[in-house]
Structures are given as structure tokens and as C-alpha cells.
Design a protein around this ligand. Structure first.
Ligand code: ADP
Ligand code: ZN
Length: 763
């Protein structure tokens, strides 16, 4: 085994090896940016195809890696002694998991996002597909005791075993049990609390392989058979012309909510499929609903859905079907951009502005940028769609890198809703107290309910109170491991850290000064629920946030009931803002538009604008006109005024001018380096070294480096955080800075360095 820089490894120059290679380049999923040379045993040479996984010795153990091509014999060591390459132990799978196209794309990812080629290759393939013993079943857990007993036990366990308490609490909400995977996610824990409770006989673990695919049940929805509007015709014409040319092209479909963008996607895909090519449709995970899938299934019989509820065996089977070209359309979240379709024709990215298209672990890729690169390589068409495009995409359209297609009005029934901004400072003066629901919003909800209509309320924070404050010492209750306030979750009787998930019983006195009683500050969805129930005692209501929604089935249950008119209101976090299409909704309330504006991130305005515009788009999707109330302490904030006026161009113009002036993307390219350490000083010192190092890589006039400075969230899980941010004038400088950063060790002296290229999170 010895290392060669990946830049020197040839790929795509050889399909099937003419002469069996004696040495192989193998990439391993370790954070070392080199390929390793192994020798090829006689019997294995014939099966070596780039993209195939192999088992190789690595250090004291063996590891699965990726064969990427032949290698030169190892160089002699410095003292002239011959270096023996270790042998490949075995070939894995029954062929290459990845086609050459994706092997090349992975190298591009490694290069751009400063990870190893092996890490990028591994990210291209979902976990279940790689597991050598793909399970046909999913482990499920259910309570072995009655739910009320479980809740009581949870309350008594909270002090000593918060994780076990959470597991019981989550299960108490699911009479049918829950996939262990989802349970652990919902309870913010690993396997051990679940196992402990199972040993104690409080819950039962069982295997289940049935009825887990929520998309199988969805009846295909036949095409609506609408005739396109002139704007739609024009947009579709541009897309199909590009498909017919067979060269790569990129489009930004900017259409207001309900303008018929999906009709364009479907018809564009039809054109690609008719030409014998496949399409990939990326949607934010939360918008991947049976309704969405049903619409695609109505048009195309062979639709594969890559989603998190699949068993490993199912995932593996789907992967093979997709590779064999037996799926015309693949729908999925971010990672579906790697679906190994053999003849890619079109990639659609719906809601392209969504931050969830950026991966937050290694490799930190952005699915929109990967889709752009993949379509470029494949001679395919990229179609980005949004009602509120990201400023990056708008700028790309301004510069002609994407062709802009506009849909300015709603298709079919439905007009844009009227949006009113309510000043909550004035409201508080008028009613002589701080309120959650303004009189105007209450009035509109009341009218809606009387007329048998429905409402959606957005409050982008869960819990009951966002902080607990001591009147005596003036302190706020903080997480011991993170530098943030603990949120009160009254229904759990606990305070919770939204960063690390640490949970404690509500203290009866201030832990700092012993002062009696803590005051609740701020608000959350739990409190909103209480308020709405108090104002409308007969209301049929569901809350949608990550405390109440644990798996896809929860989500479907609530949306199903809402669609059938069995609920009057859904209130929740941003979960409710995405893609919901319910004709009965005539009122939308944004309860506190300020939450997002306070975030110390240069995109705070853009995010708030998008959220308000998106959730407003849920109102008045049918004949009945919609009304939107935006409650805020900053009624003059430009993002809110523009959202209220449905003035997307105005917002983009002002915000782009501001970004240009201050020097933020899309006018500069960012690389963020985050250093964490046990002590603040260690993090600062290492971050200073890193910042100085990267400064040297920036040519005069090529950009600047901000920092080192403490991150906005200064400590998470006992790790102190500092960062430096490179503002590069162009991609070349950005890349040079990235390469320089990659020279610093990922781990050094107890510090850890994360490199984030084109970051979407700045906190
Ligand atoms: P978007 O994806 O932009 O939110 P959709 O494609 O879902 O919009 O369309 C919204 C609604 O309008 C759907 O019910 C769709 O069937 C309908 N629709 C789309 N295009 C037309 C059209 N040209 N004429 C009539 N109805 C249309
Ligand atoms: Zn914490």
C-alpha cells in the first residue's frame, strides 16, 4: 500500500482493461486525499472495472474501497529498497456499483469540496446499497406497557436518564411502533437507550419488512390534461428544444407558487423519456410526499423513489433497477443527484433555493452545483425551479449561465393572496399586553372557520418558551455543553438544548444564584398551540414540528386529515411551508416573522423573505381568495414589505445591490474554515494559524480572509468554535484557498478543522 495524489490517477482512459493491470489504484473512505496502490492477484484482474468495490488491507484491518483504475508499480523507497504493494483481498458486489460517469463526478466533488475521492465515492451510494448483507427487514420498536404508564415512567426517569425518557415518550405517541432508525432520530439518541429499555421489558423489538413504503400505496394521479398557458408553452418549448439539441443547458424556472411549474417538469421529462433517456427529480426531503410521487406515477409507470424509509435490501434492488435503466424517473432528496441512471436526459431541482440541498457532513456538496456539473458532463438539461430562487441562481441567470423562464401568474384557479403586515409592538400597546395572535389574525381565522375553511400558522421555533430567565441574577438558563439558551418544552416537563439535545427537568430555582422561579421568555409552537386552543376552544388542530412528527407516517396522517377537512388548523415550524397544496386554506398566519431576521447570517433576509413568500403561497390555491397576516416587530423590514407585495424582483434587486456593496455571495465565493477545540484559546490559536496560512494563498486583489473570529454559536457539545471566512473574487481563488486549507491536518493537537466550500450555514 502506498499513496499517490489522486490528481495523477488516470480515469476514463480505459473502459475494460485491455491488459490486466498488475497494480490497482484504490480509493478509501478515509480523510486522506490520495489513492492507494495495491497489487492485483491473478484471479481478480478480469473483474476489476472502475467503480467496483474491493476489499483491501488497510493498517491492521481490511476495508472496502473503490477501484478507480490501474496504477504504476510502487516507487522504491528513499533508501532505494523495493516497496511491496499489499494485495487486494476480494472483489465486492457483482459488478461496479458506480458507472464511470459517477466515478468521474466523485473526483470532481473531492476536488471542489476538499474531501478524499474515497469519501466522495462512498457518498454517491446510499448506505444500504453498500452493506454486504442487505437486510430485507427493518427493526421496529413498540411499547410493551400501556402508553400512560410509559409517560409516567418517562417523567420519573427524566432526571437520571433523559434519553430513555425520550424514547418512552416518543413511543407513547405511536401505538403501532416506530422504525428504530426513526425512533433514535426522534429521541436524539443512539442504540443503547433503546436496547436497555428492551432488556427491561418496557419495549419490544421486532423485525418488519411490510407496509413500510408509504409511496406504494399512493394511487397514480392521472395527468390533469390542462392546456398550457402561453407562459408555460414558452417555458416548455425552451426546455424541449434544449433536450432535442442533446447538448447540456441550464434553466431557471422562476414561477410564483401554483403557477404550473410541475406541469413543465412533467412534460419536459416526457420529452426526455420519449427519447430513451432518464430524468432525476430532486425535491427537499420534506416535500417528498405521496401526493408528489402520485402525480409523477400518473405520467410515468416506471418511477423510482429514493427515500429514507426503504429497507437496505429494497434500496439495493432499486439501485440495480436504476442502473439497468429500468426507471425512467428517479425522485428523491439531495443524494438522488447520484442516481446511476445510464442515459441522463434531465435533472429537475424543485424548490432549488432550499438550504437542505447542501449536505452538512463530508462531503459538503451542494446538490444544485453537483447537478449542474453532472448535466454538463452528460450533455443533459438542468431545470431549476422555484417561486423564490436563491440569489445565486438569480445572479447566474443575470449573467446568462442559466436561461431564465418566468411564470408570472397562477395557472388555473387561484390568485395571489392579499398579505397584511401587523405591527406587534402597536398591537401590544392597543391590547395592553404582549400577544401571540393579533386581533386581525384572530378575526380572519374566525371568518375562515365559520365558512368551513382552514388556516395554516407558521412559527419557526418549537417548544414552549425559547429561554428561561432569572429575575434575580438576570441570567438565562444555558446548556452546559453549548453556548445557547435551553428551550422550555412544557409538555415534557423539561428544558432542552436544541443544539445537542441535552434535556433536564425544569429547575424550580435558578441554578446560578438559587433565585426562586424562572421567567419564560420568547415563544414556540407548543405555546402557540395552547393560545390557539384558548382563543378557539372548539378548534380541530394539529401541530407539526420535530417534537410531534417522528416519521413519514405521522406527517401523512396529519396532512391526510387536513386534506379531508377533519382539521381546521395546522400550526408548525417551516415544515408546513413547503409545497402543501390544500384548496381549503384561505388564511395563513406568520406568527413571528422576526425569528429568522435575528440570525447572524448574511442570508437572514433572504431566508425570511423566502419563508414568508412560500408560506403565503399556501393560501388561496383554489377559487376562495387567500389572506395572509405577517406579524412582526419590524413592520418596515424590506424583506417583509417585498414579500407582502409579492415583489420578488424588487427584493432580489435590493438584496443583490446590498451584497455587491458589502461583498457577499453571489459576488464573491466563500470558503469557511471552522476550528473546534476543548478550550476557546486552543480553537482561537489554531484558527489564527489556519487563517494566516490561507491568506498566503490569495493573490493580491484576489480576495480577503475574515477572522479568526468566534462562531455565532460559540460552543457546541463542549467544543469551542472559531472560524475564518475566505471571500474569494472568483472560483479560481476560491479553489486555491480550498487547496491550501486542505493542507492543514483535519485533526491536530485536539483541534478539528472543517472546510466548508460555498457554505450555507454561517453560524
Ligand atoms: P407549481 O408547481 O408551480 O406550484 P403546479 O404545477 O402544481 O404548480 O400547478 C398548480 C395547479 O394548477 C395544479 O392543480 C395544476 O394541475 C394546475 N395547472 C397547472 N397548469 C395549468 C393550466 N395551464 N391550466 C389549468 N390548470 C393548471
Ligand atoms: Zn447543548
Amino acid at each position: 500500500m502506498n499513496a499517490v495524489p489522486i490528481e495523477t490517477v488516470p480515469i476514463e482512459s480505459h473502459g475494460v482493461n485491455a491488459v490486466p493491470a498488475r497494480f490497482a489504484s484504490v480509493c478509501l473512505p478515509v480523510p486522506v486525499r490520495t489513492a492507494f496502490t495495491y497489487s492485483v492477484p491473478e484471479g481478480l484482474a478480469a473483474g476489476l472495472v472502475p467503480g467496483r468495490r474491493v476489499r483491501v488491507p488497510f493498517g491492521p484491518r481490511t476495508m472496502a474501497g473503490w477501484y478507480v483504475g490501474p496504477a504504476d508499480p510502487p516507487e522504491p523507497a528513499d533508501d532505494g529498497r523495493r516497496v511491496e504493494a499489499k494485495e487486494i483481498v476480494a472483489l465486492l458486489d457483482d459488478g461496479p456499483l458506480l458507472p464511470p460517469e459517477l466515478v468521474g463526478l466523485a473526483r470532481w466533488i473531492a476536488d471542489v469540496y476538499a474531501c478524499s475521492w474515497g469519501e466522495a465515492l462512498s457518498a454517491c451510494v446510499p448506505g444500504g446499497v453498500k452493506s454486504e448483507t442487505a437486510e430485507a427487514t427493518v427493526n421496529r420498536a413498540r411499547l410493551a406497557i400501556p402508553a400512560d404508564e410509559a409517560l409516567q415512567m418517562a417523567a420519573t426517569m427524566l432526571e437520571k436518564h433523559p434519553k430513555r425518557a425520550r424514547v418512552l415518550r416518543v413511543l407513547a405517541q405511536h401505538a403501532d411502533g416506530l422504525a428504530v432508525r426513526d425512533l433514535e432520530k426522534a429521541a436524539l439518541c443512539g442504540p443503547s437507550p433503546v436496547e436497555t429499555l428492551a432488556k427491561k421489558g418496557l419495549l419490544a423489538l421486532e423485525k418488519s419488512g411490510l407496509g413500510l413504503d408509504p409511496f406504494d400505496g399512493a394511487e397514480p394521479e392521472p395527468p390533469a390534461g390542462v392546456s398550457l398557458t402561453a407562459e408555460q408553452e414558452h417555458a416548455l418549448g425552451a426546455v424541449t428544444a434544449a433536450l432535442d439539441r442533446g447538448a447540456s443547458a441550464g434553466f431557471l424556472l422562476h414561477g410564483v407558487t401554483g403557477s404550473g411549474k410541475t406541469e413543465i417538469y412533467l412534460r419536459g421529462i416526457r420529452r426526455a423519456v420519449d427519447a430513451g433517456r432518464q430524468a432525476i427529480v430532486l425535491v427537499p426531503e420534506i416535500a417528498l410526499t405521496p401526493q408528489t410521487v402520485a402525480r409523477f406515477r400518473g405520467w410515468f409507470p416506471r418511477v423510482a423513489v429514493l427515500h429514507s424509509a426503504l429497507t437496505d435490501a429494497e434500496r439495493r434492488r432499486q439501485w440495480k433497477e436504476i442502473r439497468a435503466g429500468r426507471a425512467d424517473v428517479v425522485i428523491g432528496p439531495r443524494s438522488a443527484v447520484f442516481a446511476p441512471v445510464p442515459r441522463l436526459g434531465l435533472v429537475v431541482v424543485d424548490e432549488e433555493h432550499e438550504p437542505s440541498f447542501k449536505q452538512q457532513g463530508t462531503p459538503r456538496y451542494h446538490a444544485v452545483d453537483v447537478a449542474a456539473e453532472r448535466t454538463r458532463r452528460a450533455g443533459a438539461v438542468l431545470l431549476l425551479g422555484s417561486a423564490t430562487p436563491s440569489l445565486e441562481s438569480r445572479h447566474a441567470a443575470d449573467e446568462g449561465r442559466l436561461a431564465l423562464l418566468r411564470l408570472r401568474s397562477r395557472a388555473g384557479a387561484g390568485t395571489m393572496p392579499r398579505v397584511e403586515i401587523v405591527d406587534m409592538v402597536e398591537e401590544a400597546h392597543a391590547v395592553r399586553r404582549v400577544t401571540l395572535l393579533s386581533r386581525r389574525l384572530v378575526q380572519l381565522m374566525d371568518q375562515a372557520f365559520r365558512g368551513g375553511k382552514q388556516a395554516l400558522l407558521l412559527l419557526n421555533r418549537r417548544g414552549f418558551a425559547s429561554a428561561m430567565f432569572c429575575g434575580r441574577c438576570g441570567g438565562t438558563l444555558r446548556c452546559g455543553r453549548c453556548s445557547i439558551a435551553m428551550t422550555l418544552h412544557r409538555s415534557h416537563g423539561s428544558v432542552l438544548c436544541h443544539h445537542c439535545g441535552d434535556e433536564r427537568p425544569v429547575p424550580s430555582s435558578c441554578p446560578e444564584c438559587g433565585g426562586p422561579g424562572l421567567t419564560r421568555l420568547g415563544t414556540g409552537t407548543e405555546r402557540l398551540e395552547e393560545t390557539v386552543r384558548a382563543v378557539f376552544p372548539a378548534v380541530r388542530l394539529a401541530r407539526m414540528d420535530s417534537d410531534s412528527m417522528h416519521d413519514r407516517a405521522d406527517y401523512e396522517r396529519v396532512l391526510g386529515a387536513f386534506g379531508r377537512g377533519e382539521l381546521d388548523v395546522i400550526l408548525g415550524t417551516q415544515m408546513i411551508a413547503k409545497g402543501l397544496h390544500f384548496p381549503g386554506v384561505t388564511v395563513v398566519g406568520v406568527v413571528s416573522a422576526d425569528l429568522g431576521l435575528q440570525v447572524p447570517d448574511f442570508r437572514a433576509s433572504e431566508r425570511t423573505y423566502q419563508l414568508v413568500a412560500q408560506v403565503s403561497g399556501r393560501a388561496g390555491r383554489a377559487e376562495a381568495p387567500g389572506r395572509v397576516v405577517v406579524q412582526t416587530l419590524q413592520p418596515k423590514h424590506p424583506a417583509l414589505l417585498r414579500a407582502a407585495a409579492h415583489d420578488d424582483d424588487g427584493f432580489a434587486r435590493d438584496e443583490l445591490a446590498e451584497r455587491l456593496k458589502v461583498g457577499w455571495p453571489p459576488f464573491v465565493k466563500l470558503v469557511r474554515a471552522v476550528v473546534t477545540a476543548r478550550t476557546d484559546e486552543a480553537a482561537r490559536a489554531r484558527c489564527a494559524e489556519v487563517a494566516d496560512g490561507v491568506r498566503e494563498a490569495i493573490p493580491p486583489g484576489g480576495g480577503s480572509v475574515l477572522g479568526p473570529s468566534p462562531c455565532a454559536v460559540r460552543k457546541v457539545r463542549d467544543r469551542c468554535r472559531w472560524h475564518a471566512v475566505v471571500k474569494a473574487a472568483d472560483s479560481a481563488v476560491q479553489h486555491a484557498a480550498t487547496l491550501r486549507l486542505a493542507r492543514f491536518a483535519h485533526r491536530a493537537g485536539g483541534t478539528e478543522l472543517t472546510i466548508d466550500v460555498d457554505p450555507v450555514e454561517m453560524t
